[in-house]
Design a protein around this ligand. Sequence first.
Ligand SMILES: NC(=O)C1=CN([C@@H]2O[C@H](COP(=O)(O)OP(=O)(O)OC[C@H]3O[C@@H](n4cnc5c(N)ncnc54)[C@H](OP(=O)(O)O)[C@@H]3O)[C@@H](O)[C@H]2O)[C@@H](O)CC1
Ligand SMILES: Nc1ncnc2c1ncn2[C@@H]1O[C@H](COP(=O)(O)OP(=O)(O)O)[C@@H](O)[C@H]1O
Length: 303
Amino acid sequence: MARILPSLADVHHDPTHESGARMTDPVFIDDEMHQQLARQWLAPRARDANKGDFGPLLVIGGAPGYSGAALLAAETALRAGAGATLVGCAPETASVLWLHRPELMARAVRTRADLLPLLARARVVVAGPGLGREDWAAQLWPTIAEAGRVQVLDADGLGWLADNPQQHPARVLTPHPGEAARLLGGSVAAVQVAREAAVRELQARHGGVVILKGAGSLVCDGERLWQCPAGNPGMATPGMGDVLSGLVGALLAQGLPLFEAAALAVSLHARAGDLVAAAAGERGLLASELWPALRRLLNPEPI
Ligand SMILES: NC(=O)C1=CN([C@@H]2O[C@H](COP(=O)(O)OP(=O)(O)OC[C@H]3O[C@@H](n4cnc5c(N)ncnc54)[C@H](OP(=O)(O)O)[C@@H]3O)[C@@H](O)[C@H]2O)[C@@H](O)CC1
Ligand SMILES: Nc1ncnc2c1ncn2[C@@H]1O[C@H](COP(=O)(O)OP(=O)(O)O)[C@@H](O)[C@H]1O
């Protein structure tokens, strides 16, 4: 039986903060905490499980020229245990996805009318990987913003949110420091010098859960602020964020609550990156190389 996760008051903090630790210091997702989260939320599946139990998950992205981002997010979702996984993408992108990963259901989206039935079917939406900032995305954004679905908003989805900061149903935002700066209307330097304040402010403005990515990614839901000490600079490589958003979506599709899905995804992602870097070095790491390591981490040994 999994142990109950520690409360904010009694978890292990960064030892460098121990003297004069504030209640608001981030909680580290250290090895022990990672194992607890994994055992609690990645229990073996029921023997009679079916794919409908873990989806459908819908990725919205893949504008012309950006098929890779949508593919990385959607394939990560599949490889992380999502059930039926659809991609609502530009017509030019759909055939690329079909050819590359037949397990995905790529749907050509020309207009809002094409997107509505996909949204109606989806349990979880990951909006933004390769969405682009052009007309195709501009005409879809209001429909995405209105959709009453659990949404992970990433990449260009965050750009559209910054331009249209009205209430959006997004529940997990995944900005890198550049996207966070844009959402806050400040500079990257200002975000990086006060990352905890930045993630709290973003959460206060937009609600839900905010992941501020980068070395020592932070996860905040307004009450909890957790920090991931794992990860490495080899992960500063294109598409690594798309892998994370697909992973968050997959955990949500498998029934994890918002904060736990976000925190566990961040920890799994960083630990997978560390495993790959340990095996072959940081330089030259590809985002898709995380998949085998992620799969191992997603299937922890039962106690
Ligand atoms: N294979 C594919 O199809 C891929 C497609 N992709 C898709 O492309 C689309 C646009 O994504 P993108 O990467 O061009 O824009 P984005 O990340 O916003 O960078 C813009 C500027 O922001 C800054 N900045 C960035 N990171 C930062 C950081 N950590 N910390 C601080 N600043 C940071 C930096 O500005 P600078 O510092 O240079 O002034 C940078 O020049 C999007 O849909 C995405 O999903 C990608 O996922 C890759 C794989
Ligand atoms: N130096 C680093 N240390 C730890 N993690 C990193 C580092 N650089 C990048 N990452 C991680 O890699 C991912 C990069 O995401 P992002 O910047 O959105 O990339 P992309 O837009 O190319 O997909 C984030 O999860 C981030 O935390």
